[in-house]
Design a binder for this molecule. Sequence first.
Ligand code: MSP
Length: 470
Amino acid sequence: MTKKYVTTAIPYVNGLPHIGHAMDYCLADVYARYQRLIGNEVRFQTGTDEHGNKIFQKAKDLGIPVEEYVAGNAEKFREFIETLGVSSTDFIRTTDPEHERRVQEIWKRLSDHIYAASYEGWYCTGCERFVTEKECVENHGVCPDHNKEYEKLAEENYYFRIADFKDRIYRAIEADEILILPEFRKREILKLLADSPDVSISRPKSQLSWGVPVPGDDSQVMYVWLDALANYITVLGYPDQDISEWWPASVEVVGKDILRFHAIIWPAMLMALGLPLPKVLLSHGMVLSNGQKMSKSIGNVVDPMEVLEKHGLDAFRYFFLRHIDTFADSDFTWEKFEDAYNNELANDLGNLVQRFAALSKKNGIVAPNAARELSAGYCELMDNFEFSKAFDFVWEKVQGLNRKIDEEKPWSLVKTGETEKLNLVMKELIVELLNVSEMLKPFIPDTAEKIDEIFTDPIAPPETPLFVKQ
Ligand code: MSP
């Protein structure tokens, strides 16, 4: 048994959980469940990123004390994680006093690479990111992700000397010591790294009061990303505890929009701390809505709770893990969702289970007691983090079973009274179905559990179909 540590990006709490956040959670959950299925022990972090201007401003606009505002929204994220069936073991809030104290310790340990300097340039509050002059000019002064003008800043800051680590980070990424997935993003990051300046890691308190105080300088608070990235190790107890049991992470799941922070600043921090780098950075694509980025102003935001309430958890997980590609941007439309629900979940899988169980019950077929097997092709895809492809692989097996039952026509054996042959055919089909159910466990765990229950003695079809056609 090996120990595996999986992490997710911690969302800002300036709004409610949305479909995009679900991607991080579902992908990390598939990994965690798969690892447990093959016998490994898993620690799985989730949490919330609660500092920074964006959040402070939102609370102020709403007239709510910021502590109260972040606590309320953090709770919503915790509930969302539970609703999605995410099997995380830890939940960290960056306002946890323990986290804040540990980040201050981390700051002190980075101090050989920190210097004070003045900053004059651009900042995007949406991204909570300092923007170079070149980028500002290229984007005509407006952040393309947030549709908001960059702010001009002129302030005294502390800087983290990325230059001290650039070459080592470059080599580590190039040699896949830190494996960036998908492959083409690795090249993007290597290009970006070459031009990466030192990063500002604090803001004057006069500009931003909602942050972790910089140790030894009352006039500054930490830059939100430094504080946030550290969560992956503070949650394990660093620096108070030895974290080598879990660290380095086996995989860190992030959206492509925040890969640069995880592939440049984070490795530099870890190198400065003398800690190993995460093994894999899995950067997933964006969920689009009718082909466009989801945005409140366009009015195309899909509410995850609406999907969950209408069709249930496993339908949600099914769509987002199979029809939303693990790496590429993919589109959500209600039409696609409902097609997948009716044609695939209800028809391919629901009907199959119903038919097998009804035929078994009627003919007194006994549940076979065979060891479960995961196909080698499935394991290879799962081991390579190709989750949506692995799900396709399992679905081909589901469709294969539908074809098989149509070809073998076990009901004709009932008519001809060939009981022994019927037993043999059904037993084989059920063993295959139970293997499918095993492979479905990381993706749609509740349905897989139900299938297992249906095919234990005495086999009986479910009282209501697994998926009611809409
Ligand atoms: N707080 C930072 C992360 C700090 S991690 C140390 C942040 N928060 S976020 O709320 O903006 O995003 C959280 C995660 O949700 C990121 O991985 C981001 O890529 C993901 N998504 C947000 N919108 C998304 C889509 N529309 N589609 C898919 N994922 C996207 O960044």
